[in-house]
Design a protein around this ligand. Structure first.
Ligand code: ADE
Ligand code: ZN
Length: 325
């Protein structure tokens, strides 16, 4: 874990890929337990490979390292490790993405993934003081049919899933490709989110809103290139789950000092700060708050606004929300 000082401010984390919390230590431990050999001699050598030029260069390593996740116990252990770190960084509520297709393609059943994660999440309020939701993401570089098949395979577990999402390689895979599966998810009573405007153009954010009917946009930083889009997002107070350290590591923004977070807040956007894939991007959610505070000179009131936004944007009932605000 980063040894940056962390703010004690309570937050909700709304953009967190559980597979992106796989730290090298756990990856090696699971590899040994499952008899898998990793193409890295040591944890440090693996960490040395965390130098990304864009989203795809990260995704290549992210999917490759998932090979170590095989059993229910593995997924439970992964989630426990995240929850312990999140607790230490002030997280009180976490909405957690998982990528079922990245596991089913390797012969790991969707039930193994959801049951394993659920075991840890069911204990989270008691053990870590964290409430949770699960968000099932479709890989947008896979086919629309594969997303539909995945949704149907998940039906027996839909009571465990709060929302569907859309992630993986954005450019060339517009939200409209997934209209049907999002319609099915909404009909089943699930909330909807989608990564859009990370590497992809503002037009993808429009599509996520108008074609998929999403309740939140994940990332969305490229909305600033389109004034009409910003006006729409402000008017409807559509939450944006922004991930500053991720944006720098994946070269969406060259330096944290160049990050448009302050500009987004000034525009009136409902911005939240999140960690995305913290094991790969140099910090958990508290580290992201600390990093933007230092790089952008944000004061305490602004940090409290960001934290408040995170609870406003969470998929929780009003009574629970009131308890956090
Ligand atoms: N999957 C994991 N992290 C992601 C990101 N930042 N963008 C798209 N897909 C992802
Ligand atoms: Zn993400």
């Amino acid at each position: 874990m980063s040894d940056l000082p962390t703010p004690s401010i309570p937050t909700a984390e709304l953009h967190l890929h559980i597979e992106g919390t796989l730290e090298p230590e756990l990856a090696f431990a699971l590899a040994q337990r499952n008899g898998i050999s990793l193409p890295y001699a040591s944890e440090d050598e693996l960490r040395g490979a965390y130098s990304f030029t864009d989203l795809q260069s990260f995704l290549n390593l992210y999917y490759a390292l998932m090979a170590v996740l095989r059993t229910e116990d593995d997924f439970a252990e992964l989630a426990h490790a995240y929850l312990a770190r999140a607790r230490a960084q002030g997280v009180r509520h976490a909405e957690i993405f998982f990528d079922p297709q990245a596991h089913t393609v390797r012969g790991v059943s969707i039930g193994t993934v959801i049951d394993g994660l659920s075991r840890a999440l069911d204990e989270a309020p008691q053990t870590y003081g964290i409430t949770t939701r699960l968000i099932m993401c479709f890989l947008r570089d896979e086919s629309a049919q594969s997303a539909l098949t995945t949704f149907e395979a998940a039906r027996p577990w839909l009571d465990r899933i709060a929302a569907v999402g859309l992630d993986s390689a954005e450019v060339g895979n517009p939200p409209s490709k997934f209209r049907e599966v999002f319609e099915r998810a909404r009909d089943a009573g699930l909330k909807c989110v989608a990564h859009a405007g990370e590497e992809g153009p503002p037009g993808y954010v429009w599509e996520a809103l108008d074609v998929l009917g999403v309740d939140r946009i994940d990332h969305g930083v490229r909305c600033l290139e389109d004034a009409d889009l910003v006006a729409r997002l402000v008017a409807e107070q559509v939450p944006l789950t922004v991930c500053p350290l991720s944006n720098v590591r994946l070269r969406v923004h060259e330096r944290l000092a160049d990050h448009p977070l302050r500009e987004m807040l000034t525009a009136g956007l409902l911005v939240t700060v999140n960690s995305d894939d913290p094991a790969y991007f140099g910090g958990y959610v508290g580290d992201n708050y600390t990093a933007v505070r230092d790089a952008l000179g944000l004061d305490g009131a602004t940090l409290r606004t960001l934290a408040r936004n995170s609870f406003l944007a969470a998929f929780i009932d009003e009574e629970t929300r009131a308890g956090y605000l």
